[in-house]
Design a binder for this molecule. Structure first.
Ligand SMILES: Nc1ncnc2c1ncn2[C@@H]1O[C@H](COP(=O)(O)OP(=O)(O)OP(=O)(O)O)[C@@H](O)[C@H]1O
Ligand SMILES: [Mg+2]
Length: 264
């Protein structure tokens, strides 16, 4: 299982939409995908898909249910780990609690090829916990100056506090490819100047498309709602890239993920 955390610094830049649609794109490519909704305040993933989970991670932490029993299968093939407000507790477990959960994660996560962690905006300890937990990070940035500034703030804190060096960048809501490239170059320039040890790679550029908003209103992933839109093709290209990401091939990612979970 390869894991990715999705961060942005700024809120409302399209993290949850991206997570849902990249999950579906990977399902189309025959991958089994799990989404951990780790956005503290709002259970975004459930709402975007029109789901109302009965249980969440709090039932697991209190010992009432096993992790495998709360997993929510969706009609799209991918599965959700509903977290609710239990997500904060998840980052503050003692060693004994972590070991119990580790055993349950090992069993529950084994069948999956990918895990996406949809984390909150900002640069809180919670955000940094999940950023460190995943194998890789995807950072979403839009052309708004505030999004660029907040993405940079996230990169800086993730590097300075957690020594994270590799980041995958997705530019979202670009007017066209040339605007997307320009935004990426600006971010790269600032990072090379002030954070020379970190390494950015551009995963893809997604355009602004009204079909994203319409699909959310209909509570259907845009890959299904508007399969022929350019944004759907682009997300499929990113899914293909993730499968072939060199850094993650041939290593025992689930064991390393569980090890990090107990160490953090
Ligand atoms: N490529 C796009 N084109 C047009 N609108 C988009 C695009 N991507 C996202 N949006 C819109 O931006 C809004 C925020 O998206 P989303 O909820 O996915 O962001 P988020 O980063 O998860 O937000 P939050 O920080 O609140 O969790 C939604 O209304 C969505 O329709
Ligand atoms: Mg969200």
């Amino acid at each position: 299982m390869r894991s990715f955390s999705i961060a942005s610094g700024k809120g409302g830049v399209g993290k949850t939409s991206f997570v849902i649609n990249i999950a579906l794109a990977l399902e189309y490519l025959g991958q089994k995908v799990l989404i951990l909704d780790a956005d503290l305040g709002l259970a975004n993933v459930d709402i975007m898909l029109g789901l109302a989970p009965k249980f969440d991670i709090r039932y697991v932490l209190s010992g009432q249910l096993q992790l495998k029993d709360i997993l929510l299968e969706t009609e799209y093939g991918f599965t959700i780990v509903p977290a609710g407000s239990g997500i904060n507790e998840l980052t503050q477990l003692n060693t004994a609690q972590k070991l119990i959960l580790k055993t349950q994660m090992e069993e529950a996560f084994k069948p999956y090829d990918f895990l996406f962690i949809d984390i909150s905006a900002g640069i809180s300890d919670n955000v940094l916990f999940f950023s460190q937990l995943a194998d890789e990070r995807i950072v979403l940035v839009t052309p708004e100056p505030t999004s660029m500034a907040d993405a940079y703030a996230y990169l800086k804190v993730a590097y300075r506090k957690c020594r994270i060096k590799n980041f995958n960048i997705v530019i979202n809501m670009a007017k066209d490819d040339s605007e997307g490239k320009r935004i990426y170059q600006q971010l790269l320039y600032v990072c090379e100047k002030f954070l020379p040890d970190i390494k950015l790679s551009l995963l893809g550029i997604l355009h602004y498309d009204e079909c994203v908003k319409k699909s959310i209103r209909s509570q259907i992933p845009f890959l299904k709602y508007c399969p022929d839109a350019k944004i759907s093709t682009k997300v499929k290209e990113i899914a293909y890239k993730l499968i072939n990401l060199k850094r993650l091939r041939d290593s025992n990612n689930l064991a390393e993920f569980l090890e990090r979970f107990t160490q953090l």
